[in-house]
Design a protein around this ligand. Sequence first.
Ligand SMILES: *[C@@H]1O[C@H](CO)[C@@H](O)[C@H](O)[C@H]1NC(C)=O
Ligand SMILES: *[C@@H]1O[C@H](CO)[C@@H](O)[C@H](O)[C@H]1NC(C)=O
Length: 350
Amino acid sequence: MAPSLSLLLICLLALYTPVTSKNECGRPPLGDDKELEGFQRVYSPGDEVVLSCKRGYTPSSGSRTIICTASGEWTKSRLTCSAKSCSFPEALDYGDMEFVDIVYRSIINYTCHEGYILQGASTIECLYDGQWSDPPPKCTPVICGLPPIPKYGKIVYDRTLTGNTIVFGFGGTYECFPPLVLIGNERGSCSTNGNWTEPPECKLVTCSAPTGIKNGYMTINDKREHGFKETVKYGCNVDYVLDGPVEIECLKTGDWSMKPVCRGSCKIGIKRGRILFNGKTFWIEGFEPNKILHADIVFVFCMNKENKCGYAVSTQCIDGKLNIPACFEEPSGITYQLKYNFLPFEIAQW
Ligand SMILES: *[C@@H]1O[C@H](CO)[C@@H](O)[C@H](O)[C@H]1NC(C)=O
Ligand SMILES: *[C@@H]1O[C@H](CO)[C@@H](O)[C@H](O)[C@H]1NC(C)=O
């Protein structure tokens, strides 16, 4: 009795153990493009399955049936499925498109050039039926209204305006009625946001009455307000040199352009010695009048004690100031009178 009961138990257990037999086939490999009808976890040898192409794919001719073989493998299918193709897209006027392929699931991205607005779908997809999801979009130009015109001014269009619409890029040049002055952008155009660029203003520009300069004068004593672009000339008193422009101009801003400056002359501050000026040497007491102008260059002589020779050192008159080089040693009165040929400017030069 006992052995038959235990045999029954073993048989019951056997029924519940998982299937590991090599003689059965699993789910056939399908890939992304194929499918089969019905679903079974396992198939027995001899079972047949009919494959088909998924939606969006076109089947090739050839056997669609595969069979589970005795060895537990599926026979090879000759069915191939190719993705359906959508029509080749036409080029987009005033825009660009980007795509890699035009088959089922492919995407085209559309963009418009600057100043154009995309009307329609910016992205379209090739659907399973070989049709694009949307018609291709269009790029239409940005449209501006009429330009803003400054008071007392006008705009001269680059081209004649045809019709009533002004599209992106269309522009012109602003002008002010004289004597008003244009302040701001001279050019105006319909910009990408559909607005015109900022218009200029037409203003009356006056500069305050010009003022004189130190150690100089205005050539015409014209102490009144001046208009835009009017000019005033300057000069310097005797012994002064003009540094900067001779003429100043009334600017758009209502300010004058930079005024010149009169720079003073210099006295050569040595009592005894010789100088070199404009290629000639002079004893200082013979240099009359003792005066050089701003920016003039003069040389004094210094002694190189080691080599017992003299050398010329330059210095420049800067607005009334002339520094005597530190190496210059003024001789005593006696040396100057009696031993002048031992002074640096009389002995051999370098
Ligand atoms: C289309 O645009 C999307 C989003 O910007 C991007 O991920 C995709 O790569 C683009 N496709 C192509 C073909 O350029
Ligand atoms: C265009 O101009 C109007 C009026 O000045 C302004 O309200 C609007 O913000 C401007 N649009 C853009 C995109 O700048």
